[in-house]
Design a protein around this ligand. Structure first.
Ligand code: NAP
Length: 286
């Protein structure tokens, strides 16, 4: 068959390292569920502009529809692209590249992916009110933009390195930086707390924060997904607070790439979560 439309649909995820990525599990799950002739491959690409451009040029030439981009290439992806969505340009980083005849288009699905995860945790309602974001890396930038789009205000940014918190605060009129040492007190009256640092991740130090000031109707989201239940989420649940874990955002951001490149249906549901939890448990045993 020579018809291009009959070829398998191809996408990839580029990172360094990449072995830990759960994105292939998500895309394989959706492709199998709808019987799509689609493949999604993890590619380890060295952290250099030349290696990144070489890999993307090759993917485009081989007929890949697009790729996700993860650490440490998200800023590089934006620089590589011929065009960028408003969201990717605002975030200064892209986690999606879609290849076309006129070059690659960059997008950032971490922003709507986080917004979806939060909405889901809130039972379908739109978040609002005061929010506190811990961290000032790429994930915190995406979260801050999503919270601002949802109409949250104020959005307080606390980060160990104060200069980076101030930089993230410049992304949105509603955002302002607060000292890292004030992070527990900053929670007074907050409707949303987001951990967008790597604290609490397996092998990283714990996140030291007192949750006492958070109101009873607050939502606590942790972007860390290894372990699945972080100490922060465990403490939040013990206080009866609503929570959203890192898997939730990961699944929702992936849906944008799957629908753009591989298939039509990308439901985020219990079956997908179970498949991911099983993959995580299998890796832990290996
Ligand atoms: P990043 O750019 O490397 O940022 C790391 C952040 O953690 C920075 O704000 C850093 O503060 C802070 N940090 C690291 N060690 C710290 C310490 N010992 N004490 C205080 N702060 C510390 O990483 P990222 O891409 O933003 O990712 C952040 C987290 O989100 C990671 O755990 C990542 O896996 C997760 N994530 C999840 C998803 C998802 O879909 N669930 C998506 C993206 C990211 P400094 O600025 O002071 O160094």
């Amino acid at each position: 068959m020579s018809d291009a439309a009959a070829r398998p649909r191809l996408a990839a995820v580029i990172g360094w390292p990449i072995g830990h990525s759960l994105s292939p599990v998500i895309h394989r799950f959706w492709a199998e569920r709808e019987g799509a002739d689609a493949y999604y491959v993890p590619l380890a690409v060295e952290p250099s502009d030349a290696a990144f451009a070489r890999a993307c040029d090759a993917l485009a030439a081989l007929g890949f529809a697009g790729c996700n981009v993860t650490l440490p290439h998200k800023e590089r992806a934006l620089a590589y692209a011929a065009r960028a969505s408003r969201r990717a340009a605002a975030a200064g980083a892209a986690n999606m590249l879609t290849f076309g005849p006129d070059g690659a288009e960059a997008d950032n699905s971490d922003i709507p992916g986080f917004a979806e995860a939060l909405r889901e945790a809130l039972g379908g309602t739109t978040p609002g009110g005061k929010a506190v974001v811990l961290g000032a890396g790429g994930a915190a930038r995406a979260v801050t933009l999503a919270l601002a789009e949802a109409g949250c205000r104020p959005i307080l940014i606390a980060n160990r390195s104060a200069d980076k918190a101030a930089e993230v605060a410049r992304l949105a009129a509603a955002a302002e930086a607060v000292p890292w040492s004030d992070r527990s007190d900053a929670l007074a009256g907050a409707k949303i707390l987001v951990n967008a640092t790597s604290l609490g991740m397996t092998g990283a130090p714990a996140l030291d924060i007192a949750l006492d000031a958070l109101p009873r109707d607050a939502v606590v989201a942790d972007l860390v997904y290894a372990p699945l239940e972080t100490d922060l989420l465990r403490r939040a649940r013990a206080r009866g607070l609503t929570t959203a874990d890192g898997l939730s955002m990961l699944m929702h951001q992936a849906a944008f790439g799957y629908r753009a490149w591989l298939g039509a249906r990308a439901e985020v549901d219990g079956a997908l979560r179970a498949a991911l939890e099983e993959a995580v448990a299998r890796r832990k045993r290996a």
